[in-house]
Design a protein around this ligand. Structure first.
Ligand code: OOG
Ligand code: MG
Length: 255
């Protein structure tokens, strides 16, 4: 087994067993290409177990998220069907190491989208948009990592919840949003926090996915990234995000 395959196995097993691991790049020797290769191999293990690829998640597309994690380069990860929570559903806290939650907006594509596309071209490929919550759960101890480490760990992706799909006809470039934990507002923000307009995140997803030979597909979901800092999540808590014009998404973390 190659070194990269070995890291992919370690990360996949950490996710499966909800066990934190030590950093894998403490010597700063992994390149970004190595990191995305590890991510691909690790997701390959999930696909081999029967999970299905359903899209892409973008990370560090807002200043709030970059500042919180101390990294300033956009990253992306691969979404599978096992990460999608049932609408308004419950999820077992045992599935996570140390989960955090952040408010996002999701795109559902009706056409493939690849390469250097303009914002209007990206919009033309969108079937629907929905408010979303992402549960991120770094497999690294203390939720601490450098850029190659978080990329290798599939950008901390763990689970996501979606609200109802809406037509993308409305102007969604600056929709106010409130994230609540047990009814208490914990983060307030706007979709404008995502690169000035969340469509720019979709444009970036189209370019980055095509660059590794996995162009965005019709039917795929793209998560545009956290619009505010993430909040720690405790067993028993209920989380919701309410977005102007788009309604809400939510889930309960089962104790
Ligand atoms: C990395 C994942 C970043 C986002 O939306 O910015 C991300 C992390 O914060 O652990 O999902
Ligand atoms: Mg996110």
């Amino acid at each position: 087994m190659s070194k990269l395959e070995n890291y992919a196995q370690v990360l996949d097993e950490a996710a499966l067993g909800s066990q934190a691991i030590a950093p894998i790049d403490s010597e700063n020797t992994l390149s970004l290409d190595d990191a995305y290769r590890i991510q691909s191999l690790s997701i390959g293990r999930r696909l081999a177990r029967g999970e299905r690829r359903v899209g892409v998640k973008m990370g560090f597309t807002s200043r709030a998220k970059m500042a919180q994690m101390g990294l300033s380069d956009m990253i992306w990860g691969r979404l599978t069907d096992a990460m999608l929570l049932e609408e308004g559903g419950e999820v077992d806290s045992g599935r996570f190491v140390h989960p955090r939650v952040e408010p996002e907006i999701a795109f559902l594509l009706k056409q493939p989208l690849a390469g250097n596309v303009s914002a209007p071209e990206a919009l033309a490929a969108v079937e629907a948009i929905a408010p979303a919550l992402e549960i991120i759960d770094s497999r690294y101890r203390d939720f601490k990592f450098n850029l190659p480490e978080v990329i290798a760990d599939n950008a901390s992706s763990s689970a996501f919840a979606l609200g109802a799909w809406h037509t993308p006809q409305c102007d969604f470039g600056n929709l106010g949003l409130v994230m609540r934990i047990d009814g208490r507002p914990v983060q307030v923000g706007s979709t404008a926090a995502l690169l000035g307009h969340p469509l720019r995140s979709l444009v970036a997803a189209a370019r980055l996915s095509a660059a590794v030979g996995e162009p965005l597909q019709a039917g795929w979901i793209v998560l545009a990234g956290g619009a505010t800092p993430a909040e720690w999540l405790k067993p028993g808590q209920h989380v919701s995000v309410q977005m102007q014009q788009l309604g809400s998404a939510g889930f309960q973390l089962r104790a």
